[in-house]
Write a protein that binds this ligand. Structure first.
Ligand code: BT5
Length: 258
């Protein structure tokens, strides 16, 4: 197997740290005490975490785990729920924007922060606040996993869609980190109308009939109408005929709305 590429992004962050093996790049950065911005990356993450206590699987060598400890001057103090909600959406949209020029198939978002190619998940995002108040955005991207190596039937990888990691990966990651930095200035109070439109137009969930699965197991069907400024999904629920905002939940896409 060829050696997966490594690169530095020191023009964008104070430090770039490649780790031969790590349990979780998010936990690694959260456990450091360095105050500046940093990027931690690994091709061999052994205990990756998803949202709501779930697992993120990174088969060795084919899936890139990376985490960004955000630029302190761009993080509001204190961190507000509006800002955190907005952050995870702009991170997903920045990553989708960074991948899109390299592929011929549509690159879309599924609320709250999955990146999809042809309807399948190629990347997931986990934003966290460390005990000392730093904010870390973690991204798992399936880069060169083959069909057999993919952890679920709903997953895909970049190379399955014609992506060439050798020459293009550094450009994707650098475009993602650069755009994330740019979009962070201006979401202090949550998503502006402009940023909400930018995310919503990439988001396959908005405008769709969905099943919302709440932590604890309850499910409700409805139509996803829009996003609010805190990144919550506004869903028109069928049985109550009321629009409610949804934050910590999972969404299953049922069918496109007409
Ligand atoms: C996510 O959670 O999608 C966030 C994943 C964040 C992972 C990064 S890797 C770097 C950093 N360090 C960490 O420890 N974490 C971050 P969620 O929306 O909860 O999705 C998790 C679900 O995605 C799992 O329950 C599986 O169904 C599915 N899944 C797991 N591994 C996958 C993969 N490699 N590709 C596609 N789907 C996957």
């Amino acid at each position: 197997m060829s050696v997966p590429p490594q690169f530095t992004l020191n023009a964008l962050v104070d430090e770039t740290l490649w780790l031969d093996e790590v349990e979780s790049t998010n936990s690694f950065l959260a456990n450091r005490t360095t105050a500046g911005s940093a990027l931690a990356l690994s091709w061999n993450q052994t205990a990756g975490r998803g949202r709501l206590g779930r697992e993120w699987v990174s088969p060795s060598g084919g899936s890139l785990a990376l985490s960004v400890a955000l630029w302190p001057e761009l993080v509001p103090k204190p961190v507000t729920p509006e800002w955190l909600g907005a952050l995870s959406l702009v991170a997903g949209a920045s990553l989708a924007d960074a991948i899109r020029p390299h592929l011929s198939e549509p690159v879309r978002l599924k609320w709250p922060n999955d990146v999809l190619i042809a309807g399948k998940k190629v990347a997931g995002i986990l934003g966290e606040v460390s005990a000392d108040g730093r904010v870390i955005v973690g991204v798992g991207v399936n880069v060169s996993l083959t069909q057999d190596e993919l952890p679920t039937e709903l997953a895909t990888s970049l190379t399955l869609h014609g992506f060439q990691p050798g020459s293009q990966l550094q450009r994707v990651i650098s475009a993602f980190v650069g755009e994330l930095r740019l979009t962070l200035s201006g979401i202090e109070g949550g998503l502006t109308r402009e940023k909400r439109a930018w995310v919503a137009e990439q988001c396959d969930t908005v405008g769709r009939e969905v099943r919302v699965e709440f932590p604890g197991g309850a499910t409700r069907n409805g139509r996803a109408m829009d996003l609010d400024d805190a990144g919550r999904l506004l869903v028109h629920f069928l049985e109550s005929n009321v629009v409610e905002s949804v934050d910590a939940a999972d969404v299953i896409h049922l069918r496109p709305a007409h």
